[in-house]
Design a protein around this ligand. Structure first.
Ligand code: ADP
Ligand code: MN
Length: 174
């Protein structure tokens, strides 16, 4: 059955603003915020805890099983710092949030990230790893890169996504 509401991935390096965007977008649109962090933890879609990185080692098959039914119904905002694991057929829009190095450094420092993780994430943002991953995994026309350094940028991003959503619904009306 075709979706009557689209699925959107909000991705990017940790600290770019995925959860902030996803929460506000959910509030403004009624779409459902799917926090993969929370699902991995609460539904135990992992193979244990990585001490050095202070994060769960994700079991991707288990994770996909856990969210499949919900996502297939549509209307989900998937919030995760990876995107290549979600089947193409599930996804209608991929938003890759970006931020400058100084801003990201401040945000991750405020979060007390371990040094190794901090440096790796900063490098990953500089190398645009998530943007490349999104472009390699999905059709070019559904991948958008948006800046997320300021509150003004976040507002304008949310407006853009809302406008896209309205258009999607018009295009997909029964
Ligand atoms: P992520 O989910 O990608 O790790 P968060 O949404 O948790 O990122 O944001 C990390 C921090 O940066 C939070 O303190 C949040 O308030 C702040 N932040 C995120 N996006 C913006 C933005 N566009 N402008 C200002 N602050 C932001
Ligand atoms: Mn987050």
């Amino acid at each position: 059955m075709a979706r009557t509401s689209p699925n959107i991935i909000i991705t990017g390096t940790p600290g770019v603003g995925k959860t902030s965007h996803a929460e506000q977008l959910a509030e403004r649109t009624g779409l459902k915020h799917i926090s993969i962090n929370t699902i991995v933890k609460d539904r135990e879609c992992h193979e244990g805890w990585d001490e050095e990185y202070q994060s769960w080692i994700v079991d991707e098959d288990k994770l996909l099983d856990a969210i499949e039914d919900e996502v297939k119904q549509g209307g989900c905002i998937i919030d995760w710092h990876a995107c290549d694991l979600f089947p193409k057929s599930w996804i209608d829009l991929v938003v890759v949030l970006r931020v400058d190095t100084a801003t990201l450094y401040d945000r991750l420092t405020a979060r007390k990230y371990p040094e190794v993780k901090l440096q790796e994430n900063i490098d990953s943002e500089i190398m645009q790893v998530l943007l490349d991953e999104a472009r390699e995994s999905y059709d070019e026309e559904i991948v958008v890169e948006l800046q997320s350094a300021t509150a003004e940028e976040m507002d304008s991003n949310l407006e853009r996504i809302e406008a896209w959503l309205k258009q999607w619904k018009e295009n997909n009306a029964a």
